[in-house]
Design a protein. Structure first.
Length: 647
């Protein structure tokens, strides 16, 4: 044993590496607890036993992420060479550790806040989502100011990391025999590499596949809780450069597939085409919870909501008690509404198939001689909407540049809604009829401000967004007052909906698997020929085929939704969340992970989804499983094969 130096084994370099990784694991554990506390209202009802199981699952995902994040540190620490003990070398390793882990902690902390908006861990598409924003710096500093407490949490975590790292001391080499030093070093390197592979794969068995986001479902009883098991760096790394849209083959018989569900719509002989103008208004974050008309039973029957004008408009419109968004982001909502293309896993505009030829209200009505336009008060290019709407056949784009008056800029998102809606009405009056146009609002956005002249005008409510909802509702009142005096008004079909729900929840049901997708869908004709509150299910992607059906459109086209007024097929809605598919039919919500059923709820009677009926409703499970499989196969295969139009 004379080849060993008499050094303190507590300063052994491999033990030092283990301490580094344990320090990172401890910091990730604190981040998970912080994520839970910051979003406590979204994870109610978790038992101590399940929470411990979540922490155990989280340990595996944290280990995988930390090994990836610290892979350079690991390599530098296990290289069998004496200069790895030098002070300058170890100082370099230390700062690499600080930088990589501080950045990883930062992404976790971002989701303390961002989760409320998306209800999922941030994935790699976040970088594409914001790449077209011209106001990134102002958004960044505004978020820092508004969410200073999250920044403070990150700062404390970084300070804790630096302070605890002082207790990691590395000295050496401890072996003075060169042959033994290099041979043992190589042996340790092989062992560490083997442990690394097992850690990032989530196990050492030959049959173990590398863990991915869907594996988090093993540790929870409810799908939304997988976000407590995951960590954000892992979610970003595992989705980097990947698409969730791949061809599937649930049904080998094409005729059987089409009999269950087909997105191809054929015209019906119902009369001549009606050249009505079409105006589609998409409201940022307008949850159904903000409407009084949809929530008459809330607060003991006294709830008034924050949309007095829209509530009054619904009395002269066709509306739906059960209407759903097909996604959780603005870039999910726009393709769903105007092109009947939902997002299943990845926002359509961020997939490799975003250049596919598609049908839309713009492209199909343009063929009928319509003037087509899109209005969005944000800086031109925001969210990449101008590119998508151009591909969707909306020829004329009007943004902040076309408005040409920065005095009405809210300093963050765009032109104030009331001002831009007045501009919208004026421009519509200049267009040749018939026209098809869409408007996308911006003011009901964080940091939830209204123009100075309207401060105190609205009563507001318990959520910061409430006065913004009232402000945009007021802007819509002024828009319709102005439009009603214009010659095109009576000849127009108006559709009003939302891009997605708000992260600011009024009622507990807003956190449920159905509540987080509940948005308004309103069809209005000035002659009041469309009237009634319908109990059936409708979704964003039904808007395009319903409008085309109402106009008696006479050509076949592809739409993943249904004509809600003419088709005899059973109403349904679907969306994708946390690596599972959700299907709504009749009174049921069915959850499917792509392979097996996960849950079945009676969401109309069991609003909080407390009873899983999977074992009790076998026939309904089988029916809904076939339906969602057919939807997935039609969507994925047509997307991959570029079959989104009828040729």
């Amino acid at each position: 044993m004379n080849f060993l130096k008499s050094l303190d084994w507590r300063s052994n370099i491999y033990l030092g590496l283990l301490k580094q990784l344990l320090l990172a694991m401890f910091l990730f554990l604190l981040c998970r607890l912080g994520f839970y506390v910051f979003n406590l209202s979204y994870f109610e009802g978790i038992t101590i036993q399940e929470f411990l199981r979540i922490l155990w699952g989280g340990f595996k995902f944290d280990l995988a992420a930390i090994l990836y994040i610290n892979s350079l540190v690991i390599v530098l620490m296990i290289l069998p060479h004496p200069w790895r003990f030098a002070n300058a070398y170890q100082s370099t390793v230390k700062y690499i550790f600080f930088i990589c882990n501080a950045a990883a902690i930062g992404t976790n902390v971002v989701d303390f806040i961002y989760y409320k908006f998306t209800l999922r861990r941030t994935t790699a598409d976040i970088f594409q989502q914001f790449e077209n924003e011209t106001n990134k710096s102002s958004l960044f500093f505004q978020f820092i100011l508004d969410y200073w407490y999250a920044v403070l949490f990150w700062t404390l975590m970084v300070w804790l990391m630096i302070w605890l790292y002082r207790f990691i001391r590395i000295k050496g080499p401890m072996i003075n025999n060169a042959v033994v030093f290099y041979s043992s070093g190589l042996g340790m390197m092989v062992m560490v590499v083997g442990l690394f592979i097992g850690g990032v794969r989530g196990g050492f068995r030959h049959s173990t596949r590398p863990i991915t986001l869907s594996n988090a479902g093993e540790y929870v009883s409810r799908p939304e809780r997988v976000n407590l098991v995951l960590n954000t760096p892992f979610a970003i790394m595992r989705t980097w450069g990947k698409t969730k849209i791949r061809k599937v083959n649930y049904f080998s018989n094409e005729a059987e597939l089409d009999s269950i569900y087909s997105p191809v719509h054929y015209p019906k002989d119902t009369g001549a085409f009606k050249k009505l103008n079409v105006v589609v208004i998409i409201l940022e974050s307008f949850s159904k919870e903000f409407f009084g008309v949809f929530n008459k039973d809330k607060e003991g029957g006294t709830y008034k909501g924050f949309t007095p004008f829209l509530d009054s408009l619904t009395q002269h419109s066709i509306t739906y008690q059960y209407s759903f968004a097909n996604g959780r982001k603005s870039i999910d909502g726009l393709p769903s509404v105007v092109s009947s293309i939902p997002s299943l896993g990845v926002p359509y505009v961020l997939t490799p198939f975003a250049s596919n030829e598609i049908s839309s209200l713009g492209s199909l009505l343009k063929e009928k001689g319509y003037h087509t336009s899109f209005f969005h008060g944000a800086p031109n290019g925001s969210m990449g909407f101008n590119s998508f709407m151009n591909l969707a056949g909306f020829e004329h784009y009007y943004g902040m540049s076309e408005y040409n008056n920065d005095d009405d800029f809210d300093d963050i998102w765009g032109i104030w809604d009331e001002k831009f809606l007045q501009f919208y009405a004026s421009k519509l009056n200049e267009f040749q009829q018939p026209f098809a146009s869409s408007f996308f609002s911006v003011s009901s956005h964080h940091p939830f401000k209204v123009p100075e002249e309207y401060e105190g005008k609205f009563r507001g409510g318990p959520q910061p967004i409430n006065q913004c909802i009232e402000y945009t509702d007021y802007g819509l009142r002024k828009f319709f007052q102005m439009a009603s005096k214009m010659p095109w008004y009576e000849n127009t079909l108006f559709v009003i909906t939302a891009d997605h729900t708000s992260s600011n929840v009024q009622f507990k049901t807003g956190h449920t698997l159905w509540g987080v997708y509940s948005i308004p869908v309103i069809f209005f004709r000035p002659d009041h020929s469309l009237v009634g509150m319908k109990e059936e299910i409708v979704q964003q992607i039904d808007i395009m085929p319903t409008v085309l059906g109402y106009l008696n459109y006479d050509q076949p086209y592809v739409s993943f939704g249904r004509d809600a007024w003419k088709e005899n097929s059973e109403p349904f809605a679907f969306n994708y969340r946390d690596n599972v598919y959700q299907l709504f039919m009749n009174r049921y919500l069915f959850v499917f992970d792509g392979k097996i059923p996960v849950a079945l709820y009676n969401f109309k009677e069991d609003e909080m989804l407390t009873e899983n009926l999977l074992a009790k409703e076998g026939a309904m499970v089988q029916k809904m499983e076939r339906k969602i499989k057919a939807i997935i196969q039609q969507y994925n295969n047509r997307m991959v094969e570029n079959r989104l139009v009828v040729r």
